[in-house]
Design a protein around this ligand. Structure first.
Ligand code: PLP
Length: 400
């Protein structure tokens, strides 16, 4: 009998981590690799945030905090939710977690019964289905093709809902496509969800500030405030403030749900890092200029990289309205052969070819549940992105 539990045997390591490991391995062997895998800002955490962490250490804030996070941080989160989202939450309706990732896991672990279904629009963030599986739930992935803007339509949602549906996961702007829902689209989805009160909503808002269109940025709770009781809002400081390593995320929901998340967290990880919490207070309450400045840099990179990719015959990519990825359509490369004669049958073959022959690391669309595509991160310097595009162009050109 296996020493490993079935819930772990059901899941796999994150494909983006696996791709990053492979790229690093090739680099160690001496190959020149342009790594466009990582989903994290290449910027340093702003200085005033680092300073706040240093000061917290000097003040001796190096001990356990409240399991749900310090009062100061939960107050800063509550103020942020009012200021930026027009949503009001009390301190007992907020839990601070070790990154948004841990928030999502805790919510699923605290609510799913075996066999409960979780609707996940595809392409999705790679961790959603495996987290559901690890919590004994059933991921119900719903392909949302590019012709629908990679977004869930009312028709597709309707056919996915069953009496066993427990959660609908929404991620806007989305990783990997950058797709963002408009107020009208949320309204239409909300009207359908009103007919299905058993379906709870999890909104992953982690990319909310990395947006390139000037339209307003509604939360579905702004559109349908009546959903407050059945919604868990997930967010964090990782992407907005270039704080991926600090591990601060949070969930906001009604007090009974947050009490359950707290119980589970108190018996698993406990509170997240005290020093990081002090840094997150400075991030949320301090000077916000980094947010708009970094967004402008991402926008320039997006525009230029998009132009380079779309200039390559055989590849095409629609402009993402948010997040920092391009989700590149590589359907036209399938059926062609590499210079060594190997047939490119799917997007995994394309990604392997780009890695082994051109030294460019990207992630195959199959990891995100919609093929044939690959995801490239634009959270790298323009120089790295230009080199990556040049290598991809040459590699595509060399196909037979
Ligand atoms: N949600 C999405 C859609 C993400 O892309 C990521 C990180 O890649 C996360 C959540 C996790 O963020 P954190 O670093 O706060 O755990």
């Amino acid at each position: 009998s296996s020493r490993i539990a079935a819930r772990v045997q059901r899941i796999k390591p994150s494909p983006s981590s696996a791709a990053a490991d492979r790229a690093n391995e090739l680099r160690r062997q001496g190959h020149s690799i342009v790594n466009l895998v990582v989903g994290e800002p290449d910027f340093d955490t702003p200085a005033h945030i680092r300073q706040a962490a240093w000061e917290a250490i000097q003040r001796g804030e190096t001990r356990y905090t409240n399991n749900s996070g310090t009062v100061e941080l939960r107050q800063a989160i509550a103020a942020k939710l009012v200021r930026e989202n027009g949503l009001s939450y009390g301190l007992d309706e907020i839990i601070v977690t070790s990154g948004a990732k841990s928030a999502i896991y805790t919510v699923l672990a605290a609510t799913l019964e075996p066999g409960d279904e979780v609707i996940i629009p595809a392409p999705y963030w790679v961790s959603y289905p495996d987290m559901v599986l690890a919590c004994d739930g059933r991921p119900v992935t719903v392909p949302c093709p590019e012709s629908d803007g990679f977004k869930l339509t009312v028709e597709r949602l309707r056919s996915a809902i069953t009496p066993c549906t427990r959660w609908l996961m929404l991620n806007s702007p989305s990783n990997p496509t950058g797709a963002s829902y408009t107020a009208d689209e949320y309204r239409a989805l909300a009207d359908l969800l009103l007919e299905h009160p058993q379906v709870m909503l999890m909104t992953d808002d982690i990319y909310e500030h990395i947006r390139y269109d000037d339209s307003d940025n509604p939360h579905i709770l702004n559109i349908e405030p009546g959903f407050r009781d059945r919604t868990v809002l997930i967010n964090g400081v990782s992407k907005t403030y270039a704080m991926t390593g600090w591990r601060i995320g949070y969930a906001a929901a009604s007090a009974d749900l947050v009490a359950a998340f707290n119980t589970l967290q108190s018996q698993s990880s406990g509170n997240t890092c005290s020093v990081s919490q002090a840094a997150a207070v400075a991030a949320l309450e301090g000077d916000q200029s980094f947010v708009s400045e970094s967004r402008e840099v991402y926008r320039q990179r997006r525009d230029r990289t998009l132009e380079s990719i779309n200039a390559i015959s055989g590849l095409s990519c629609a402009a993402p309205s948010g997040a920092f990825y391009l989700y590149v359509d590589c359907a036209d490369l399938l059926g062609r052969r590499t210079p060594a004669g190997k047939l490119l049958a799917d997007d995994t073959d394309v990604v392997m070819y780009l890695l082994e022959n051109a030294g460019v690391a990207v992630v195959a669309g199959t990891a995100y549940g919609l093929s044939p595509y690959f995801r490239m991160s634009i959270a790298s310097s323009q120089q790295v992105l230009d080199e990556g595009c040049a290598r991809i162009a040459a590699a595509v050109d060399a196909l037979i």
